[in-house]
Design a protein. Structure first.
Length: 202
């Protein structure tokens, strides 16, 4: 398995959301490919051990997202890309994320659309990988709200159109992928954002 996928639209979102953040937590970090974005911040990469794609130094703290070993109100931004569906108790992950977020903090969930999750789940039965979650953005919004977040699905046009989309297409075409493949990849993603009530920590 490779070192993990990095996407320009995710970089764009993370840069925007972390402008006022001093402490950032990544859940299910894999190879921690977004670490360079946070060189001026306190960035913590968490995951469970997985020798398939991790190298020494990728993970700062080995821990389950169901039971985070951090004090309450430790982070301004938490994010997870293509990892939540491997976590067995989504609602508990959301409650733990709420606990360790500071007032005004944000939780960014980047996941696949439901049809893709179903395909991953089906394929995992053959590979033995511990895939757990099949859900819609509406499910995630509901579960985030249950955990006391203010939650919304991020409309895809506001994320993928314009400069971010063009940058991703340019980058992907540079790796000799057909344009149709690029656009299908874009349509596979869904994004949900939760915000913890209160004033943002500075």
């Amino acid at each position: 398995m490779g070192r993990g996928a990095e996407y320009s639209f995710v970089r764009h979102l993370l840069v925007e959301l972390s402008q006022d953040a001093s402490c950032v937590l990544e859940l299910g970090c894999g190879a921690a490919v977004y670490r360079p974005l946070f060189s001026s911040k306190h960035y913590v990469a968490t995951d469970i051990p997985n020798s398939w794609y991790q190298s020494k130094g990728d993970v700062d703290v080995f821990a389950s997202a169901n039971q985070l070993p951090f004090a309450p109100e430790s982070f301004d931004l938490i994010f997870s890309q293509a990892a939540l569906d491997y976590m067995p108790d989504t609602r508990r992950v959301f409650r733990e994320s709420y606990r360790v977020l500071r007032p005004g903090g944000r939780f960014l969930v980047i996941t696949y659309r439901k049809s893709v999750l179903k395909r991953i789940h089906r394929d995992s039965a053959n590979t033995g990988s511990p895939h757990c979650g099949i859900y819609t953005p509406g499910d995630l919004v509901e579960w985030l709200q249950e955990a006391a977040f203010n939650a919304v699905e991020v409309p895809r046009p506001s994320v993928y159109d314009g400069a971010a989309k063009q940058a991703w297409i340019k980058m992907t075409l540079a790796s000799i992928r057909p344009l149709g493949t690029v656009l299908r990849m874009i349509s596979n993603w869904r994004i949900v954002l939760g915000t913890k009530g209160g004033s943002a920590a500075q």
